[in-house]
Design a protein around this ligand. Sequence first.
Ligand SMILES: [Zn+2]
Length: 471
Amino acid sequence: VALLEDGRTAEVYIERRGKRSVVGHVWKGRVGNVLAGMEAAFIDVGLEKSGFLHVDEVVAMGVPKHRRQIAELLKKGDQVLVQATKDPMGTKGCRLTMQLSLAGRFVVYVPYGDGVGVSRKLLDDERRRLRKICGALPLEGGLIVRTAAAGASAQDIARDYAALRRLWAALQGRSEQVQSPALLYSEADVSLKVIRDLLNPNVEEVLVDDPAQHERIHNFLKRTSPDMARRVRLYEGDQPMLTALGVEKAIRSTLDRRAPLPSGGYLIIDDTEAMTVIDVNSGRNVGRGGSRLEDTVTKTNLEAAVEVVRQLRLRDIGGIVIIDFIDMSDEKNRRAVSDALDAELAKDRTRTFVAEISPLGLVQMTRQNISDGPREVMSERCPECEATGFVPSDETLAIEAARGIARGVAEVEDERVQVRVSPRVASLLNDDGRARVQTIEEQTGRSIVVEPDRGLHDDEVRVRSSAAAVA
Ligand SMILES: [Zn+2]
């Protein structure tokens, strides 16, 4: 699913069969280890890795938050209802909460919560109107009114709430019948979820290229917001839809380290274990000396501020992000770039926090993402270099192979020795590296034949006597 703004791909949501996001899923889980020191517990929900539940996410009626201690609230083996708030990513299991929330089109129902909260993105008058509508509902638990509720009628909201209450009742019923760990509720698939959560009156059109999915979405909207149902259209173009709209190209570009800027500069985006580092480069776009240089640099940095946020959204980058803008001497220009970045970040629905610019001119920020981005879904670690970007040079391989041959030859008694190595190493040893093999031959008085074996890795060396090889 792609979100386009002014014809450009702004966000993409990719889900592959068998690798669905678990955010929003509700399980009856079983408490594993309780870590008193970390004030957290691991919960087995039946996924590969146990989920992580922090004490702040435990529902404990009547115990004030600051007095809560995990060891007093949960014991190993306890059965608890939990919901995922973050997908498993990298080596970490999913993050869980006991404060369940069930999302509808206009409201989110929080069974263990209380009161009514209304999205701050709505205007004051509209917030008052919606608050009044919710005040008239037979409320059990808490309710959050979403931005999508703008303009919704009392009937729309009552219908949405009633559906969520039925869902909650069904979920509780199921919970009583099953043994943990068990999945009780699975969140809607990606297309329906994006429609439910992101569709608002600012969206001009929804294009769907699959007739069955089109019907599903159309029916969902006819039920929940009939006005929006009219904006859903079945795509019937000749080209594949995502190609025609340029989405495929945008998704593919998220695998590049480099992201171009309009005036010739570019960003270099690097992921490390701890953070994402974005370096701004002026490219060939450099004027000559003095004020012209400062103007050019400022222009590049302003373009970079826009592109950085575009890339953060498109790649759905989370965690710590460090941006290295090009140095500017003028305080006024530094402020302009910083303001431009803030203005762009205001368009990002994902929560971000920008710290002050550091003494070295680095912008430090954090961004909360809850699922893997397109890059993580579409790619895997490079097996050659283990994602370090470095592989041993030819010379290193040749030296290491020669050492392996010397060790192996010492263990073989025959005068004639056969050595098998990967094709790449074989060609290194038979061409320029022949001298290395000759040295071993002279030192040991053996005759060595190097042969390529496609079944071997570059760091493997097999040595045996030629007699054995013949036999
Ligand atoms: Zn590599």
